[in-house]
Structures are given as structure tokens and as C-alpha cells.
Design a protein around this ligand. Sequence first.
Ligand code: NAD
Length: 492
Amino acid sequence: MSKRYQQFINNEWVDAQSGEWFDSLDPFSGEAWAQVPLSNEQDVDCAVQAAAAAMDGPWGKMSATDRGMLIHKLGTLIDANANELAEVESMDNGKLKSEVAGQVRYTAKYFYYYGGLADKIQGAVIPIDKPKVFNYTRYEPVGVVGTITPWNSSLLLTAWKVAPALAAGNTIVAKPSEHTPVSLLVLARLFVEAGFPPGVFNVVTGFGKGCGEAIVTHPLVKVVAFTGGDEGGRKVNELAAKHLKRVTLELGGKSPNIVFDDADLARAANGVITGIFSAGGQTCMAGSRLLLQESIHDEFVERLIDITSKAKLGDPKLSDVQVGPVATKPQFDKVVSYVDIGKSEATCAFGGNVRTGPGFGAGQFVEPTIFTGVTNDMRIAQEEVFGPVLAVLKFKDEDDALRIANDIRFGLASGVWTRSLHRAMYMSERLKAGTVWVNNYRSTSFTTPFGGYKDSGLGREGGIEAVKEFLEVKSVWISTDLDMPDPFVRKY
Ligand code: NAD
């Protein structure tokens, strides 16, 4: 019997206006475990109206310090309820419960950081180039922010948007992925417990077409913060442009992880595995293209196979399991099709099979897979798989590595493994990616920006940069001139 959850609008729990529901599936068992309302344009309109009204209510009138304290309190509640949040999110996305629990606890820290930042958003007195005038800037909230997020890390990726948007004084209409709707509804309950006024945070549950697009096109939504795939991101950008609306887009990646011959190879091997096989490769920042310097290629691939062959696949709720199922059936089909493409283009050095049978639930499992003999023109080297599939390429020297690494339409992240400071600096300056990790991979933090070059996105999340995405800046001119101005001639 699956559990029913309602939408959250204006601090109230409501059904969809259509009265329709849809199932949320457990990727391990393949069975429906929860039902949520099928939100449409009318539900989005109610949520946006509530969010717009909240801008003029107690929230809009609250001091930035009090706002920050509320945001901080929400963080403490997320931490205190981390087990429940992790349980529902892992039921929805099939990721290891242990990993999701850590991620949820870390999510709390985004609210601590941005809570602290709320009353430090300040304008400046501008040394203006004219006499007898005082000019200053003030930052103001944009108003209603729409957040649209994917299924891989629902809470964390929503927090990346919601925490800075709230710190800036805005209100939110959040739409989680149709595959993972439940954790944001549990989060909504914590907003009430923290004492947020009605309308500040609203959650609608629906699909991209009927619900997501309604958020993007609603005239009262001023900024849309989107994370997801290339196709959805482009559509959101087109719709937003028609309405002259600002967007942040965090899209896909095909990130190079570059290992030089002078690296600590044991550490690098573990880092490469973390980069591609943790979370089953279902992460935008996956290091899915491994670039190996020629002289260490064979030895390094052996190391990877040795580690990967010991990985335990299975039920993500079990504590000793290291690789869970692919999160959705369409994604499973996509990963399997890319494994077939890889087999036709390159050499499958490890894995390449689907796992079924006892211990593998509904069988949505793909083995961690390593392709060697990959060249940069192959589809397996250029296209995002979003699964546990690693493409291994060879390079000669720094410039050859840079040529291969940058010859792609994505630019989300990159990794460099070397003991040479010169090499690390040389590569970091020239890689066309929003993040460069040197001798580590997949580190993120609320304190520093994250986002993509090229087709990987627009705007930044994390750090002070993220708050600026949700602010308007106003320039105020105050004349201190007592002389009578000429009514027709403007002085420059
Ligand atoms: P998706 O684009 O299918 O869906 C993401 C969200 O967008 C969902 O909530 C969906 O309902 C909504 N959506 C889809 N079409 C829409 C439309 N036309 N208008 C409005 N909303 C729409 O992506 P997904 O399959 O859920 O997630 C996987 C993708 O997300 C991968 O490509 C991955 O690289 C990307 N991703 C990026 C980051 C990052 O930070 N750059 C992080 C995680 C995932």
C-alpha cells in the first residue's frame, strides 16, 4: 500500500486541483511506494500567487537578521530530521542510504551558511564622478523564484537554490523531479516547524510539461533556477527568454579526469573511482572521461579493474552495498544503450553487463563499466551517459591533455592528478570548466561557486555568487545641490 503525500501551498497541504495523482517508484523493487498530486497550471498559479503575496506579508517586512535566523533554524531541523529525509529520498532515487544521509546532513550547512549571509548583503557608496550628488546601491530581492530540480540529488540541489534565494529575501515555488517528489514535501513540513510565514516556500509536484513550464512562463516568477538535462535546460531558457526572465541553468557534463605519470597513482585510482562510480555515475559532475598519460595507461587501468571488481552491487538500503540501481527505468535503458554503443566503438575492459536475479530487485542494475581504446571523436567520449560508465583515453603531455579535455561541448568540471605544482597550475588555468579539482574529485561546498562553462550551464550556485543570481541592484541618486538646475540642458 503506497503512502499519499499532498502538495504544499501557502503552508497548507492540498490535493491537485484536477484531483489526479501519480506514483513514485522505488528503483530497487520497481514498485510504487508513494503517491503525489499531479499538479498542473492551476496549482502552479495558486503557489505563485501565495509566494507573491508573501513578499508583501511578514516575510517581506522581516529584518534580514531575523530572516537569517529562520533560515539557520531550518538548517538545524534538516539536520535533526536527516534520517527521515534520507530514507524518503533514497526510496525515490535508489542511491545508497548511507550516502544520502551524509548528503542531507551536509544540506543543512547550506542553510547555516546562507542564513549567516542574509544580513551581510550590502550595497556600496559609489564615488560618483559628479559634484553635489550622493549615490549608493541597494540590493533588493527579485520576488518569486521558481526552482526546478532533477532526480539524482533532490534535496541538495534544491538547497543550492532555495537557501541563497531566501537569504536574498525572496519566496519560492519548488518543483522536484516527477521521479523523486517526496523529500521536498518532507522538507516543506520543516519550514512550518521552523516558523516560516505562509507562502514563503511552496512545493508543487508534477511533470516538466504541465507543471515545470507553467512555473517558467508565469509572469510573477522572476527568476527560474533549473538543474537538469540539456534538452529541458534549453527549453526552459527559450521559454524564459520569451518572457525576458532570468535563469540559472546547471546542466550536464562529460568531465575529464586527467592523471599524469607523476601522480600518486594509488590515491588517483581511488579518486577516479569516486568520480565515476559513486552514486552509480548519476551525477552531473561525474568524471566520465579518464585521460591517462601513455606511460601509465596499462598499469592504471589494472588498478581500476582491481578496485572495481570488488564493488558490491545491491539493495541501496544495505550498509555494505557500494553501487545501487539506476534510478529510473528510462535512465536504465539509456545507460544500457550507451554500454552497447561503447562496445561497438571501443574495448570493454571491465563490466558491461546488466545484473539481475536474487539481490538485484527489479534488475535495474548496470555493472560499473570501463571502456579502453577510446578516442575523442567517439560518442562514448563526447555524450553524457549519467551512469557507471568510464571512457579511458590516452594523452602524451600537458598540451595534448588540454586539447582532448577541452574539445567537447560541455565544461562543468575537471580533475588533475599530479605531484607537480607547475603542472597543476598550468592545467587549472587552461581547462575550460567551472571547477578544477587537483588531487581530489567531486568536492563541493556552500562556500564556493559551482557551475558550468559552455553547454554545461549559465550562472553559479554556492558561495556569495549564488545570492547575486536572486537580487536586483538599484542605483540611488540624491542631489545635495541647492543651485537651480537648467530645465533644458543636462550637465555631464
Ligand atoms: P530533466 O531535464 O529531465 O529534468 C529535470 C527537471 O526539469 C525535472 O524536474 C523535470 O520535470 C523538469 N523539466 C523537464 N522538462 C521541462 C520543461 N520543458 N520545462 C520545465 N521543467 C522541465 O533531467 P533529469 O533526467 O531529471 O536529470 C538528469 C540531468 O540533470 C543530467 O543531464 C545531469 O547532468 C543534470 N544534472 C546537472 C547538475 C548540475 O549541477 N549541473 C546536477 C545534477 C544533474
